[in-house]
Ligand binder design. Structure first.
Ligand SMILES: [Fe+2]
Ligand SMILES: [Fe+2]
Length: 134
């Protein structure tokens, strides 16, 4: 079963960004599936590695694209800081998942939901208006 489902509400309106967000959702669903299948282990950690590297690429691309579309510097600085925090948070999850022999799936679900959905809905939504303007 899919853990998180993409929906139109999450659409930013920029093809590259929307596609990257959907890829992030896909990798997160895969990671969740890995955990459901065998709780911890190499496969889940590998998927988490994939998520971390793709997320870092996405954050860099998003910062550049939103800036190109006129998202003001002061907002961009704030957004970058939030991305840095997201990276630190996901590394923490990585450490926890790598070490643990058993994970609390419910806790991880809450973490991932906040990590991606709330970020896209609230923070990424802040530059959406600039994408529409052009
Ligand atoms: Fe994003
Ligand atoms: Fe973002």
């Amino acid at each position: 079963m899919k853990f998180i489902e993409w929906c139109g509400l999450l659409q930013i309106g920029h093809p590259v960004i929307d596609e990257q967000h959907q890829t992030l959702f896909k990798i997160i669903n895969q990671f969740h599936q890995d955990l459901e299948d065998n709780k911890t282990g190499k496969t889940a950690v590998n998927t988490l590695n994939k998520l971390i590297s793709f997320a870092q690429k996405h954050f860099t691309d998003e910062e550049k694209i939103s800036s190109d579309f006129g998202f003001p510097d002061e907002n961009l600085v704030e957004h970058k800081k939030i991305h840095e925090q997201l990276v630190m948070d996901i590394f923490e999850l990585h450490t926890a998942v790598s070490k643990a022999s058993e994970v609390d799936l419910e806790e991880i679900r809450t973490f991932l939901t906040n990590w991606i959905i709330l970020h896209v809905l609230i923070e990424d939504n802040k530059y959406k208006a600039y994408i529409f303007k052009k």
